[in-house]
Design a protein around this ligand. Structure first.
Ligand SMILES: Cc1cc2nc3c(=O)[nH]c(=O)nc-3n(C[C@H](O)[C@H](O)[C@H](O)COP(=O)(O)OP(=O)(O)OC[C@H]3O[C@@H](n4cnc5c(N)ncnc54)[C@H](O)[C@@H]3O)c2cc1C
Length: 752
């Protein structure tokens, strides 16, 4: 979470490129009070280009070559939004990310890299395997290895692109594929490689010595190089080469010139003829002084090759300039290095060095490169101790208007005076989509002292309330999760969601920021409510120390159809619809100890609604149901056994877990609620026998927006599970069974 200092300026970083990882690290070491950082990135684990060929060659694993932006953003006190930016509103200073409200910035920095150009070659997008975006490449590469291993006879690979990337990729993929074939007793000689470039030579940005060395290496490795071979079309079985005709291929790897994303130019930023953002020597957009850009996506006055080396070097200057711009101080110039040392690998733990007119090669150079790269990566994985939270001095970040606005905060009232101001509230509510339903007689569209609902004849209203502190620094996603969490109770009862009243506490701050936060959290809640058919009918908001949000949710159901915790029948099986582990994962995240992808997957799981699950469970005759939340899986099961007058057996190994939960529990990281939940161990008959099992603590892990736990007649369990899987609950599984109430006082038996 960010510090307690009120937010005065928002710096938004788009893309987790090589320069922005430095910005995060340096802001983490030395925060700037009053500045809030937000990173928006399409990849939570961002690849380090220097090590990619080594990964492809099988010399590194995936985590070795990726910087985990989760802990890094946490270290920097930055909000991390997972999404792909597709446009800017430069007038309103908004960043557009599909699937969430626009993100406001005072200063914006773009470091989104480039991709191999596929747009101008017909068929390249459909049939070639571009090396970026990285997540697609990783899938393509995995699939390609499978195809090669499954194939019989000759397999022809064409690598298109004669720069360092193309040469490295040809050599490293060849090394890996040949090794795999050899390991499986196959014949590596059935792989045929060709490298095609439209240039008159390979490695045009390097010296003649480097070119000579690589020409030799490629020849020795049996990779045929075709110069002056411009690929003009790609087809399913090969490529069309200008003036040379068709060349057959089983796979085409695409590592051509860098292409710019279209959205910066389309948004109105000044771009060069290829679409890269034009910046001055201070890395600031030549058209929009609030916007900075670095790395491949930037076009500098003094053009340099698109290479990660430059993006890395720009990081410290960019950090300084973002700080300086926030404080209104003069900016620093970035001076690109004239010559730089390039260490280009040959895929087999051997490398060629290139600097100016000098070149060299050898195994030692690879060892050196490996050492440099690992040391670079360590800077982002082994982070220094967190900087102490700064006091509320805002220094030069706040201008006089901001200081005047903030000086009134210290004297903010409690009680009703702590409400969010009526103008802010009405502006936010006016922006929300209309909230209408026939049976909501008085709601947000015609506000009164209270909301009024109609309960149709024969139906009853079920009601539940939930409210909690934000555990992620993203008000929109938090609003979505909080609403989903609250609705879980309604669905567990088998009811249809009808309406909700919201209660929000928003951190003190400048009016614009309070308004944005409230708007984001409510938009999130509405985006969860809307697909369920429920409307927001009213609410209450106040200012406080930290963001907290909750909802009172109302549902409707035929009285006879109510599904309750009691009702389990001996012989039923227990079905759980979602994996568990959110408590330990977010406790680890707060300490910067959870991998970004674990947290990301946990958030995605918390966003899965239980609405369809409830329909399935009901259809297959569920006898009792509850949603798994704060008391943990075991706590909720105990409640069900008590209400049903039965016992239950739980198969620990069958319980689905979120990725990383076993690791964080093994590291001893547990939710602060865990000790209270643990009191329920008295309900476990064989506590002594199971207590030391490494996964046992997870049974007490409190869940946010957890799945449904239901008892279903054994005869319909298989069909019920199939139906659940069909509608997307891929982790739904039988985790135990209901048995007759026995003599023992403890209702639960845990099977290992
Ligand atoms: C095979 C290969 C090997 C290479 N080897 C080297 C090498 O050894 N040394 C070297 O210096 N260079 C190398 N390069 C070049 C290098 O990859 C690039 O120059 C470098 O990655 C550019 O860095 P960057 O910081 O600009 O962006 P990137 O490293 O590409 O990072 C961009 C980030 O932005 C995110 N992003 C992208 N679009 C969006 C969006 N719309 N919204 C939000 N986030 C977005 C991505 O998820 C990613 O996190 C190699 C390239 C290839 C293809």
């Amino acid at each position: 979470m960010q510090s307690d200092t009120p937010v005065v300026k928002d710096i938004v970083l788009v893309g987790g490129g090589h320069a922005h990882v430095s910005v995060l690290r340096m802001f983490g070491m030395k925060p700037l009070p009053g500045v809030r950082l937000t990173m928006i990135t399409r990849d939570i684990h961002t690849p380090y280009s220097g090590m990619l060929p080594g990964f492809v060659a099988g010399l590194y694993d995936c985590d070795d070559v990726h910087i985990d932006l989760g802990p890094l953003a946490r270290f920097a006190g930055a909000r991390l939004y997972h999404g792909e930016v597709d446009g800017l509103d430069l007038e309103q200073r908004l960043v557009h990310v599909p699937g969430r409200p626009p993100v406001h910035y005072d200063l914006l920095s773009i470091n989104t890299g480039s991709r191999p150009r596929t747009i101008d070659v017909p068929g390249a997008l459909e049939h070639a395997l571009p090396v970026k975006p990285i997540d697609r490449w990783l899938q393509d590469w995995e699939a390609l290895q499978g195809r090669v291993l499954a194939s019989r006879g000759e397999f022809r690979l064409l690598v298109v692109g004669g720069g360092a990337g193309g040469v490295e990729l040809a050599l490293s993929t060849q090394h890996r594929l040949q090794s795999l074939l050899r390991e499986r007793g196959g014949d590596p000689a059935r792989l045929h490689y060709e490298l095609l470039t439209d240039g008159a030579e390979i490695l045009p940005t390097h010296n003649a010595g480097v070119r000579k060395r690589f020409t030799r290496v490629l020849r020795e490795r049996g990779i045929e190089v075709r110069l002056n071979s411009k690929v003009v079309a790609v087809q399913a079985r090969g490529v069309e080469v200008e003036r040379d005709g068709f060349r057959p291929a089983d796979a085409v790897l695409w590592v051509t010139y860098a292409a710019a994303p279209q959205w910066p130019g389309q948004s109105g930023l000044a771009v060069d003829e290829d679409g890269f953002i034009r910046v001055d020597r201070e890395l600031r957009s030549v058209s929009h002084p609030q916007v900075f850009a670095a790395g491949d996506v930037a076009s500098l006055p003094d053009a340099r090759p698109k290479s990660g080396v430059f993006a890395v070097r720009q990081g410290p200057v960019l950090t300084q300039n973002l700080r300086r711009a926030a404080e209104g101080r003069p900016l620093k110039s970035y001076r690109p290095q004239k010559n730089f040392l390039g260490l280009i690998s040959t895929g087999d733990a051997y490398a060629v060095a290139s600097r100016g007119n000098w070149s060299w090669e050898g195994r030692l150079l690879w060892t050196w490169k490996d050492w440099i790269d690992r040391r670079f990566m360590q800077r982002f994985s082994e982070l220094p101790e967190m900087a102490q939270a700064q006091g509320p001095e805002l220094g030069a970040v706040a201008d006089s208007a901001a200081i005047q606005e903030l000086s009134t905060l210290a004297m903010r009232c409690g009680g009703c005076g702590a409400k969010v101001g009526s103008t802010v509230l009405s502006r936010v509510i006016n922006r929300l989509p209309p909230q209408r339903r026939e049976d909501v007689l008085i709601g947000l569209d015609a506000p009164d002292d209270a909301a009024a609902f109609e309960v149709p004849q024969g139906k009853v209203m079920v009601q539940s309330v939930d409210y909690f502190r934000a555990f992620i620094d993203d008000p929109y996603t938090f609003g979505r999760i909080a609403a989903n969490h609250a609705l879980g109770d309604i669905f567990a009862m088998g009811a249809e969601a009808q309406s909700a009243l919201a209660i929000a506490t928003v951190p003190y701050g400048r009016e614009q920021i309070v308004e944005q936060t409230l708007s984001d959290v409510l938009s999130g809640a509405l985006d969860t409510l809307a697909p369920t058919g429920a409307v927001l009918a009213g609410g209450h908001s106040s200012e406080g120390a930290e963001l907290a949000f909750g909802l009172t949710v109302n549902g409707l159901i035929d009285k006879a159809a109510l599904l309750r915790k009691g009702g389990m029948q001996p012989g039923d099986v227990l079905i759980l619809t979602k994996p568990i582990g959110t408590g330990t994962l977010f406790a680890a995240d707060m300490r910067g100890k959870a991998k970004g992808r674990w947290v990301d997957a946990a958030i995605r799981s918390m966003l899965v609604s239980s609405q369809q699950a409830a329909v399935c469970l009901y259809r297959y005759g569920a006898t009792a149901c509850t949603d798994v939340t704060g008391f943990g899986l075991l706590g909720h099961l105990v409640e069900m056994t008590r209400a049903s007058g039965t016992d239950a057996e739980l198969d620990l190994a069958a319980v689905p877990l979120l990725d990383g939960a076993a690791e964080t529990v093994a590291a001893g990281i547990l939710s602060s609620l865990q000790p209270q939940n643990l009191r329920l161990r008295r309900a476990v008959r064989n506590q002594e026998a199971v207590a030391n099992h490494p996964l046992y603590p997870l049974l007490y892990d409190p869940q946010t927006a957890g799945g449904l736990l239901a008892s279903v007649p054994a005869a319909s369990a298989a069909a019920c599970l199939e139906a659940l899987q069909d509608v997307g609950y891929v982790h739904a599984v039988v985790i135990g069974r209901v048995v007759d109430r026995g003599e023992s006082a403890e209702p639960i038996l845990v099977n290992l």
